[in-house]
Design a protein. Structure first.
Length: 229
């Protein structure tokens, strides 16, 4: 069945190059939407992850951390060295694939936690009905953030397990190192992004959905020129 074989090959290729697809998609959305949080995520993937991974490779520069390159383990396709069909061995403590995925999910998980812990001042609202309506929105935001957080953790673990068992190109300690170090780096990068103005521009848009269009501070403003009569 050529159709099923084509679908299977497409799925396998998409999983093989999943980090590259995510980085490209994030960069495209960041430019198209002008989202500061997405732009910082793209910069982190392009700069922070390779830097942290290289430092980890220097720290774990042992022979038992190396694995021979093959078609599955390559994140970026490389030309094989002379006389070697798979090229040189690479350090998998952590591997580049797991490093990029861990950073991505770490950033998103921290974004969901930030939405979940967002504070709202109810003391400025005098109307009881308005306060009840706002409480419902706050609870809705927390429910959405909780579901999102649970889904992110589930898919992060699922993708990591599939990568480990299906490809055979990762070491269990390399996966754990990637989760802890690069996942933590992704969370820290979100904190840095929040200092750059991304705290009110969450990727998922949940906080924006909860904003009331009737409040004065939420109304759009513009500077216009009024000529003299």
């Amino acid at each position: 069945m050529p159709v099923l074989a084509t679908i299977r090959s497409t799925i396998l290729l998409a999983f093989k190059y999943l980090p590259l697809l995510l980085i490209s998609f994030v960069g495209f959305l960041a430019i198209g939407l002008g989202n500061v949080s997405l732009f910082m995520l793209f910069i982190g993937h392009a700069v922070a992850v390779p830097a942290v991974t290289e430092v980890m490779h220097l720290i774990n520069n042992g022979g038992n951390t190396l694995m021979s390159m093959n078609d599955v383990s390559q994140l970026v396709p490389l030309m094989p060295a002379s006389g070697d069909s798979y090229g040189t061995a690479v350090n998998i403590y952590p591997g580049y694939w797991m490093a990029q995925i861990s950073f991505f999910f770490g950033y998103l998980i921290m974004n969901a936690i930030d939405i979940l812990q967002m504070k709202t001042d109810l003391s400025v609202i005098k109307n009881a009905k308005s306060k009840d309506a706002l409480n419902m929105k706050i609870q809705s935001r927390k429910d959405k953030a909780s579901i999102l957080l649970a889904n992110l953790i589930f898919f992060f673990l699922l993708i990591s397990v599939v990568r480990y068992y299906a490809t055979g190109t990762e070491h269990v300690f390399g996966v754990i190192i990637a989760m802890i170090v690069l996942g933590g780096a992704g969370m820290g990068w979100y904190w840095i992004a929040s200092l750059c103005g991304a705290n009110n521009s969450d990727i998922f848009g949940i906080s924006i959905q909860m904003m009331s269009a009737g409040t004065a501070q939420d109304k759009p403003k513009a500077c216009v020129y009024t000529g003299k009569p």
